[in-house]
Write a new protein. Structure first.
Length: 399
């Protein structure tokens, strides 16, 4: 199946536009990483506590950040979680120790920062467990029941609070009218209040573990690039490997820059997506290079620029089919995969577009630029596949 046949698009004629496009997005990403958002590493790499907070009303990021600062949590990171209508935020704190107790401590710090002046002597019904509610009701004993009966009532209250409609947050204790007996509601009002938010879920990673993961992620990316360079060096020529690695580095830089510009966390799943893109982009580049190698042998009287243009046009239909279908798949993941796959699918969406673009607009033109440089330096330039040397000299394009 082919979308295009015998196309004759002058891709190299657009090389300066391609260069401008790449420079704009690369520089924007670098500036964001250096001066604006930095590299937004997730809790996996920085270490610390990550807590998801559900609000009864639409939250204001600036107000939340100000509340964290007033509580002394100056390095807290605040990020919208899920759809805007869900009224949820992710708040991460830097923390040196790792244990379940420290996770609870981090959650308590966030709760105290968001509600620094709770009613004296009362507990927050939005942020307590069943045991606290049961014990308070058993002490008040509004229904004159055995203590174990209040365990069932406490579970009933929390089930109502945590159902899909309320999502763990009650705007008022009066919402329990009709769910439990009026005497129970009156007893709850004496010991509890509602803050309008619920700090739930969470994970904690130690800074030493985070540093190790960061180092391993960087090494994995560098090793993959080095391996690709060596592979292309032996299969084609050194310049082919350099051009492909530069194109992949270009893809990685723009993808990471996109995360910085949008202030999305880079987690381990994002690193997995980036490594996937390294292989995907390299494969697409190799397809173009392989066609260039074949055409170099058959079109010896043509200039390298003409050969490169012809090769890109010949592989264009294949590129659109494979990249287009892959893009539709990852776009579906991004749109419907939910918050868990958001970072992973976002990296793939950006990477598929940029990886396909760089194979045509970055890697292939570098071969022509290299030949032009050699020609200007020595008056004669040759680029050809190393495999074409078979005792009769190197087959290539001579200028």
């Amino acid at each position: 199946m082919e979308f295009f046949r015998n196309t004759n698009i002058d891709f190299l004629g657009w090389k300066w536009y391609f260069l401008a496009f790449s420079l704009i997005f690369s520089v924007a990403g670098v500036l964001s990483m250096l001066f604006w958002h930095g590299i937004p590493l997730g809790v996996d790499f920085k270490g610390g506590t990550l807590v998801r907070v559900k609000f009864a009303q639409p939250p204001d990021d600036n107000q939340i950040r100000a509340a964290m600062d007033r509580a002394g949590l100056h390095n807290a990171r605040i990020q919208r979680y899920g759809a805007t209508a869900n009224n949820e935020e992710l708040i991460s704190l830097e923390q040196k120790d790792t244990s379940e107790a420290n996770l609870d401590q981090g959650r308590d710090l966030i709760v105290k920062a968001l509600d620094p002046n709770p009613p004296q002597g009362k507990k927050d019904l939005d942020n307590v467990g069943r045991a606290v509610v049961r014990n308070a009701l058993a002490t008040r004993d509004p229904l004159r029941l055995a203590p174990q009966e209040y365990d069932r009532i406490a579970q009933q209250i929390l089930d109502f609070r945590d159902n899909q409609q309320h999502g763990g947050v009650l705007k008022s204790i009066d919402e329990l009218q009709g769910v439990v007996a009026p005497a129970v509601v009156d007893a709850l009002k004496q010991d509890f209040f509602t803050s309008g938010f619920n700090a739930r879920g969470g994970q904690i990673v130690g800074p030493q573990v985070g540093a190790q993961l960061r180092k391993q992620a960087l090494l994995a990316t560098l090793y993959s690039l080095a391996g690709m360079l060596v592979y292309l060096w032996f299969r084609f020529e050194m310049i082919y490997g350099v051009a492909a690695v530069v194109a992949v580095f270009h893809d990685t830089l723009i993808t990471v820059g996109a995360f910085s510009l949008t202030n999305k966390d880079i987690t381990l799943t994002v690193i997995a997506a980036i490594l996937t893109l390294v292989g995907y982009s390299m494969n697409d580049t190799i397809v173009v290079f392989d066609r260039i190698r074949e055409n170099v042998k058959m079109m010896r009287r043509e200039s390298l620029a003409e050969i490169v243009n012809r090769s890109i046009n010949q592989t264009l239909s294949r590129t659109i089919l494979t990249s287009g279908l892959t893009f539709l798949t990852v776009l579906s993941l991004y749109l419907f995969g939910g918050e868990v796959l958001d970072g992973f699918s976002f990296a793939l969406v950006i990477g598929i577009i940029i990886g396909t673009y760089s194979s045509i607009a970055v890697a292939a033109p570098m071969l022509v630029a290299y030949q032009d440089w050699r020609t200007g330096r020595s008056g004669r330039g040759t680029i050809g596949p190393a495999s074409a040397q078979a005792g009769r000299g190197k087959v290539g394009v001579k200028v």
